[in-house]
Design a protein around this ligand. Sequence first.
Ligand code: ADP
Ligand code: MG
Length: 268
Amino acid sequence: MSAAAKAGGTRERAARPVAVTVRGAYKRFGAQQVLAGVDLTVPAGEVTVILGPSGSGKSTLLRTINHLEKLDAGHVEVGGEPVGVRRHRGRFKELGERAILAQRGRIGFVFQNFNLFPHLTALENVAAAPAATGRRSRAQAREAARELLARVGLGDRAEAYPRQLSGGQQQRVAIARALALEPGVILFDEPTSALDPELVGEVLSVIKDLATGGTTLIVVTHEVGFAREVADSVVFLDGGRVLEQGPPADVLSAPRHPRTREFLSRVL
Ligand code: ADP
Ligand code: MG
């Protein structure tokens, strides 16, 4: 548990981390079976890194967790709650749009290309969603956004627009924005792939701080060094299946599957 969570009443309240489970996930696009029976368990407060070749289904898997993609079969639970559906008389029924949006608000998502609003300042980007949900007043949302920007090392860039920030700074704003809704889990889809090499470290270091603080994180990345240092568990996805999952020392240093060995020899 993070220091902030232990302290209880502090203003910068950390959300309680939640577990994520994916069971028998299948997803097809046209003729292509993109997820072919994925099972994944991410305990609350742990960091799971997902590795795998391009096209192996990593983004699709993340997108099913917050219901940006709907599964053909299987199910996802976040914090013990089924995603996108509810149980009704022993059967599953689709949730309505509002309920899906509410659920998505509890799942942070950080994209490869930051996806900041270009016409809003860093502060406004971070404050927008909490203000819109009505959970906080505008003034409270801005105050919280200031604290979050300081936490990602951008306390002095609150009034800057995205185009005035480096890629690394923009991605740190995006992380602050994800934190603003106090999610129980944050999903990262190749958060450093669009960055110049010299900017990768500042973003990984912010993610590492979140990991140390006890937030549940699922991180798709090719940064094997980060996985080795920060992950509790490493998953190797290939052809829409989990080929192996385990502690970094096992999967990265002594991979059992030839496909994992081949992949690691290419990225290391
Ligand atoms: P990864 O993130 O591991 O590179 P993706 O999950 O993005 O893989 O994609 C897996 C496969 O599914 C790719 O071949 C991709 O072209 C295909 N795909 C992903 N999204 C769509 C979509 N919305 N429509 C059609 N094909 C898609
Ligand atoms: Mg991807």
